[in-house]
Design a protein around this ligand. Sequence first.
Ligand SMILES: [Zn+2]
Length: 490
Amino acid sequence: MTWSEADIVNPVSTPPRFAGHIAMAGHRDEVYLVGRQQGDSAFTQLRRFANGAGGMTAWFDDGRFAGDDPHAQAGLAVHDGWVHCVLAGSAGMEHWRLRRGSFEKLGEIPGHKSHAPPSLASDGAVLHMVHLGFLNKRLFYTTFENGAWSAGQWLHRLQSHVPPVVSCNQGNVQIFTTDASGRVRMIEKHRTAGGFQQMDMAHGMGRGTTALAACHFDQSDGLGLISMRPRPGPTTHLPPPNLLTCAVFRRGPRAGRGIWTGARRLERFVPALPGRIAAARTRRHLHLVWLDHLGRAHAAWNGATRMGDVRIGFKIARPVLATWLAGDTLERRARRLTAGANGLLGRYGVNVRQAAPPQVIDLQPDLLDLDTGGCVFRSRSEELDRLNSHRAGLSPRDVACYIVPRIGNGVVGCAFLRYDGLAMIPDTDGVNQPDTETVVLAHEIGHVLGLEHVDPARAPFNIMAGAGPLGQRLTPQQATQMMTDPNVLI
Ligand SMILES: [Zn+2]
């Protein structure tokens, strides 16, 4: 996972200057941003398109809405396929929804009021909202379901010293707050549990946090928390830069517990206004926007959200099933091969695991002798595309691993660079050489993650050697490249 280096960009040709907070949400390949420009009591809506090849369009200005309350603050989320916006102000809260490009007011949210921006997140069935109370730090929680908002609940009698944020992933609802010294706290409602529980923040998130944004990263349990802290040390007459950090929360082995990992995936000082950050997720990107002390927006985006994981699904062509199994069961065979590849790549930060149970597939006869079209080279064969249409049970970011009887040119495996399907032949070395297939799989996954062949003379025993003895290792450069190639879309 890496952040685009072309990250600090002014979003539109005449950069808007925002006052107050900004809110952001992603829907399919679009990012929506809502904020109030300086000197304007209405909200400006901006939109940007993130295309699948990793590029970003400029921001489009989609107009203005609301404007009755110059102190209102916005929260944004996608729920039920709609972009929902809640405006919190001194008069109460209003629920808006984006329809045909412009926001329309759905109604008031009775009994709620806040001086701070609310945070919204959807778990698919329910829209969740957290916000501070009006002129106090109490943490309030409410939900929108079947067209109605629930009564607000002062959650656990908790307070937060910065506006709280909520994020949902796989049915879990996670709320982040800070205590008086700016340490981040998380409470979570696990999908299998009834109420919210306070979670352990094993690695802590430091003190002095002035802003939070949360957003899930992928279809696994990854959840990103963006936080901001002022730079320590003596201040100058210049506005102090702020440390922008991105931590990743993942579900641990014990049910209901999680761990923080890679807590410094993004760590850089930015000239930012404390408290003004927003994050959103589109299908293949994570987007981050922050405001500088003049209210100008800066954007960063991350094109590879795999967090080091490769999820594979084995698809075994029926004619080679018996050869491949060599007396083992389908599940055990797939598990062993996955564990082997994970053993080779896991120490470089790429965890390999199965996305779905292995499956036996029936292929058209011509695919049983696969024409690879040059594999990792410049062209991908039509046959590989056809083979890779047998993806039942796999999501777009999973990698299909096809075991086929024969691959053209006598190779043992084939993967097109940064492509989500690879092919291998069964290991014919048998039980005496159990590692061959493991190394071949690790090698092909290397291609999927953007690695090209290396010269075995210069890097002996490298996994990515195109020929020669079986490799067992990668260079540090390869490891970094694998984790940070922004064009890898799995
Ligand atoms: Zn290769």
